[in-house]
Design a protein around this ligand. Structure first.
Ligand code: DGP
Ligand code: NA
Ligand code: NA
Length: 210
């Protein structure tokens, strides 16, 4: 057998949620935990604002530039596409990837502006399929009690209500809903347990793209 076939691949774990759901904190805590367990893992975040598409996205999100909704949607998708080769090789070499936002954010945020959901899905067709999607669900009132939303383009009550509705419509068989209206520790324990069970089951499943 080829050497590549003998290495256990890593898992593609995605965390999704509205702004203020605690997602980014949970992603980094999860990677720290996996690392402490000697599980090779890496944190990734979309949008990755460091690349050239990411810089265009950043300037749009911070209201420094205007772009039409279709153009910015394609930029977010390109920002994921340009990471794919690297992600695939890390997964195949055994690294588990914990990804802060993915295609579900891509569809939910643009569709929340009124664009057709099917159109929104198309540019992401063919990206790597996650092994697990954890959706951190937080009622809008609880999100606001966490100090309110920030200053960026989408961080407004009406937008976040629409985004949450759309996220919930995007639920598929990969999803597990996480009640994010609990203490950080409770959420963290819940996430750990779900990720460890996924890690136990993925190794005989090939990496998929759809
Ligand atoms: P974050 O850096 O995770 O706070 O994300 C920045 C903002 O962009 C946030 O409001 C969510 C939104 N967002 C993330 N991914 C996408 C995407 O693919 N498309 C669109 N339209 N918005 C996205
Ligand atoms: Na944000
Ligand atoms: Na993001």
């Amino acid at each position: 057998p080829k050497l590549a076939n003998m290495v256990k691949r890593g898992a593609l774990i995605v965390l999704e949620g509205c702004d203020r759901s605690g997602k980014s904190t949970q992603c980094s805590n999860l990677v720290n935990y996996l690392t402490a367990c000697n599980i090779d893992s890496k944190l990734l975040k979309f949008p990755d604002r460091t690349t050239s598409t990411g810089q265009m996205i950043n300037s749009y999100l911070t209201n420094a530039t205007e772009l039409n909704d279709q153009a910015v949607h394609l930029l977010f998708s390109a920002n994921r596409w340009e990471a794919m080769d690297n992600m695939r090789s890390m997964l195949l070499s055994g690294t588990t990837l914990v990804v802060d936002r993915y295609v579900y954010s891509g569809v939910a945020f643009t569709a929340a502006k009124g664009l057709d959901m099917n159109w929104c899905k198309q540019p992401d067709v063919g990206l790597l399929t996650p092994d697990l999607v954890l959706f951190l669900d937080l009622p809008i009132e609880a999100a606001e009690q966490r100090g309110g939303f920030g200053e960026e383009r989408y961080e407004k009550r009406e937008m976040q209500i629409n985004v949450r509705e759309l996220f919930l419509q995007l639920q598929d068989s990969l999803w597990q809903l996480i009640d994010a209206n609990r203490t950080m520790q409770e959420i963290e324990m819940d996430i750990r347990q779900r990720v460890l069970s996924t890690l136990d089951t993925i190794h005989d499943k090939p990496l998929k793209q759809d």
